[in-house]
Design a protein around this ligand. Structure first.
Ligand code: DAH
Length: 341
């Protein structure tokens, strides 16, 4: 019987030496130390032995049990170390490897040109004034001296909503009324950037949505000369020191007198090319002296105050600067276009 215990001990130790992973170790424990292991049965049945044999059998049985328990603990340590070692080797990180490149986002070309325009006007003392995309007919037209049923409304193909008198603004000019009503009777100098919407046929030169940057200065004694100097200064800052400008008489209901401003074609230097349609000049904005009716609607007394206004198309300017031949690229969501900026 004691030999049986010796054999069991040897067999168990030999089997443990073969166990090399946590699963085999658990199985070994079940077999040799578990509730139904032969050693457990042996120890449980000690009482059935003749009294004379009991002390020796019990002593040896418990000895074997302690040996196996100690061997198990050592085996557990050995296997845990092996598992850890394996993980350290197979999952090793080479921290010296170059990282995965991050895909860089970038700003939309409209955002880029808008920021450039804001910076220039900020240098000249104009603050940004935000006004809504969804407007009342009054602000978009009537208060800008374009009464209902006046043919001047035909200059803008308008998106009307199902709500009476509510529309998507066709230009940023309605912001002039909002700004004046907030500032009056104090002088103001603001730019009004934002998206405009027109129910137009979409072509390479016109979209149903585009940005405008409106400008407005109101104060006592502001003159047409101030307007010309300010716009010429803007053109130099935007297009370079040598940029020449040309002013052409035009008509807008909200300004009197009104004019359009051209900048000398920087592609051909004024000699004439396809970009400027061989005129040597590129149109960049409309402007004029704020009409007395508009000043009055904004809360200023036209006998005391005067002002100038202008409206430019940033996408147009970006197209000119970068030689972009189709305005539809701006909202076409084509990465091949967007990634060039
Ligand atoms: N609102 C005009 C348009 O969208 C542009 C414009 C012209 C704005 C003259 C002005 C201005 O402020 O003075 O066609």
């Amino acid at each position: 019987m004691l030999e049986q215990l010796d054999t069991l001990e040897q067999e168990a130790l030999a089997a443990l030496a073969q166990a090399n992973d946590p699963g085999a170790l658990a199985a070994w424990k079940q077999t040799y130390l578990g509730r139904s292991a032969s050693l457990s049965t042996f120890l449980g049945d000690l009482g059935k032995l003749p009294a004379a044999e009991r002390p020796l059998a019990g002593k040896r049985g418990n000895e074997v049990k302690r040996t196996l328990e100690a061997a198990y603990a050592a085996g557990e340590e050995r296997i845990n170390a092996a598992v850890l070692n394996h993980a350290l080797q197979s999952e090793a990180l080479d921290v010296t490897l170059p990282g995965r490149p991050l895909r860089r986002g970038r700003l939309h070309p409209s955002t880029l040109i808008l920021r450039r325009i804001y910076a220039i006007w900020a240098e000249m003392g104009f603050q940004i004034y935000r006004s809504p995309n969804v407007e009342l007919d009054d602000y978009n037209f009537t208060l800008l001296n374009i009464p209902p049923h006046h043919p001047a409304r035909d200059m803008w193909d308008t998106f009307y909503t199902t709500e009476e008198g509510v529309l998507l603004r066709t230009h940023t000019s309605p912001g002039q009324i909002h700004a004046m009503r907030e500032f009056a009777p104090a002088p103001l100098r603001v730019i009004l950037p934002g998206m405009c919407f027109r129910y137009e046929q979409i072509t390479a030169r016109s979209e149903i949505q585009f940005h405008q940057v409106e400008g407005l200065a109101v104060g006592p004694g502001i003159t047409f000369a101030n307007l010309k100097a300010t716009l010429a200064d803007f053109a130099r800052r935007m297009f370079g020191e040598g940029a020449r400008t040309q002013f052409r008489a035009d008509h807008f209901p909200f300004t009197e007198p009104s004019m359009e401003v051209d900048v000398e074609c920087f592609v051909c230097g004024g000699k004439g090319c396809p970009v400027c349609k061989f005129s040597g000049w590129l149109e960049i904005l409309g402007s004029g002296m704020v009409h007395p009716t508009v000043l009055r609607n904004g809360g200023y007394d036209p006998k005391v105050f005067s002002g100038f206004a202008f409206g430019m198309g940033p996408e147009r300017i970006a197209m000119l600067r970068h030689g972009i031949e189709d305005i539809r690229y701006f909202w076409g969501n084509d990465l091949r276009f967007l990634e060039q900026f």
